[in-house]
Design a binder for this molecule. Structure first.
Ligand SMILES: [Zn+2]
Ligand SMILES: [Zn+2]
Length: 156
């Protein structure tokens, strides 16, 4: 997702951007995303440009318990500064992005990949009460029951 300096300089509000999932970095688990959209506003400031927006995406993830894939909706608000001021970028603030005065455009794909990546929970479950797979016969216990499950219960 590229933004041009000319575009930024004329400012915009609540502009919709569609982002191709292939634009995302390979190490992210959103390989099968249904698409990503981003509503973005840009403002000129004394340090450069301020970007405010929200990313909307639906990601296909695999449940840790039942191994089925499920769709997970993510709405991720964000706020960035684009600046050529090194004293700002050297603070290592996560939301400050280097944008040198000789750069014609800036590609936000890594930043957006990172935002989505961070938003994905560490434990992936398709629903809070997912019963998972039987650890003995592999039956998906959300869909059916099995003999060993009842057997296990009796042992408790
Ligand atoms: Zn599950
Ligand atoms: Zn079983």
């Amino acid at each position: 997702m590229k933004l041009f300096r000319t575009e930024l300089a004329s400012e915009f509000k609540d502009k919709l951007f569609d982002i191709e999932s292939v634009e995302l970095t390979d190490d992210i688990i959103v390989a099968e995303t249904k698409g990503i959209s981003c509503i973005l506003s840009a403002e000129k400031t004394h340090y450069g440009y301020q970007l405010n927006g929200i990313i909307n995406t639906q990601i296909s993830l695999q449940c840790d318990r039942c191994l089925n894939t499920f769709l997970d909706n993510h709405n991720i608000p964000f706020n960035f500064w684009l600046t050529s001021d090194k004293s700002l970028t050297e603070t290592n603030e996560q939301n400050v992005i280097q944008f040198d005065s000789n750069q014609e455009c800036i590609d936000l794909k890594d930043v957006i990949s990172e935002l989505i990546f961070v938003d994905i929970p560490f434990k992936l479950v398709c629903m809070d009460d997912c019963k998972g797979l039987c650890d003995q016969c592999g039956t998906d216990l959300n869909k059916e029951t099995c003999e060993c499950k009842t057997h296990n219960k009796e042992n408790f």
